[in-house]
Design a protein around this ligand. Structure first.
Ligand code: KG4
Ligand code: ZN
Length: 336
């Protein structure tokens, strides 16, 4: 199977479209975000996100096709890949309905893609020399998983968060500290000038499984800062960031000890975190494996990663049926 695939992503607040070729070269990638509409609420408001997708999906797809040098009315493409879960139901349905309409109009197949599997394909768009197996830490605003990949599209979930996602914890602590949304970048920035360890925080999940937990840590920050009200906010940020990073690195170290791999990859929005990137770089050195740190653009939600995962799924599983509906809670472990 050779040819171009159009990817469409609307699972959360980004409306994105991208054209990728069979070698995973990105011909175009367009991303519109409704984040500015959500800031005042301290989180993504589903109804606002859905409405924004409705308004922007057409122009975003058109721009992605034009940027790739294709005719936006009748593009020569092999198929369409669209995120069909997990995510916000109203948002997912906008992308999925658009993908079905384009597929019918252009006479091409479409395939529903799992958003998390999309994130796992992001490193393949930046590195053609990936060696397997690969250990991936996927940490975003909605998910936190440690995944063992034996090849593209072949994954085993070793562990995942039992409560909040890592990014969600960053956002909640930032909100508690009176910082803006999303909170991860703000805490990361503040932490540069703070002293980690100023705030005594527990390390959660010290068992030898690979599951994660961040909600206790968030509560601990709230309690501790209520007691130490005069502590500089930068110190709180640095202490929290260090505690999150330590938990993630401990679990990754355990996973690497029991599952020999060739590479260690980061994916998802929290992969932009400076402490995590530094820690993963060191950990990869310690184990003598290659570290794959995505560019900032590939950390966050985009449609190129969906097009890449869709290229694989079209090849291996074939197209989806037009009966396909959105699956808001689609687990990575349930991807065929
Ligand atoms: O993958 P993403 O763009 O959207 C989801 O699918 O969730 O991830 C967004 C999350 C937010 O929670 C945001 O606070 C977090 O990634 N984030 C960070 C950083 N940049 C973004 N967290 C920690 N440090 C950062 N530098
Ligand atoms: Zn995501």
């Amino acid at each position: 199977m050779m040819g171009l695939v159009l990817g469409i992503e609307t699972s959360c607040d980004e409306t994105a479209a991208s054209v990728v070729d069979e070698d995973f070269h990105v011909l175009s990638s367009v991303i519109e975000s409704s984040i500015d509409q959500h800031r005042a609420f301290g989180g993504v408001v589903p109804e606002l996100a859905g409405r924004a997708h409705v308004a922007t999906i057409g122009p975003v797809v058109r721009r992605a096709l034009l940027d790739a040098g294709l005719d936006p009315l009748n593009p020569t493409i092999l198929g369409i890949a669209v995120t069909s879960g997990p995510g916000l139901i109203g948002s997912l349905l906008v992308g999925l309905s658009a993908a079905k309409a384009y597929a019918l109009a252009w006479g091409v197949p479409f395939v529903g893609v799992n958003h998390l599997e999309g994130h796992l394909f992001a490193p393949l768009l930046e590195r053609s020399d990936l060696e397997w197996p690969l250990m991936t830490l996927l940490v975003s605003g909605g998910h936190s998983l440690i995944v063992l990949q034996s090849g593209p599209g072949e994954h085993e979930v070793l562990g995942e968060t039992i409560d909040d996602a890592a990014g969600e914890a960053y956002d909640k602590v930032a909100r508690w500290l009176g910082l803006g949304y999303p909170g991860g970048p703000e805490i990361d920035h503040l932490a540069q000038s703070g002293v980690a360890g100023s705030l005594k925080l527990p390390i959660s999940m010290t068992g030898d499984d690979y599951d994660l937990s961040f909600s206790g840590l968030k509560t601990a920050v709230v309690r501790a800062t209520e007691k130490q009200r005069d502590l500089p906010i930068a110190d709180v940020a640095a202490s929290f960031q260090a505690a999150v990073t330590e938990q993630l690195l401990r679990k990754l170290r355990g996973a690497l000890e029991h599952h020999p791999v060739k590479g260690l990859a980061l994916a998802g929005g929290v992969a932009a975190n400076s402490a995590l990137r530094a820690g993963v770089t060191d950990l990869a050195k310690e184990f003598g494996v290659v570290a794959h740190l995505p560019s900032m653009a590939m950390c966050t939600d985009n449609a190129a990663m969906i097009a890449a995962a869709g290229t694989y799924r079209l090849r291996h599983d074939g197209p989806s049926s037009f009966d396909l509906s959105a699956t808001p809670n689609w687990q990575l472990a349930d991807v065929s």
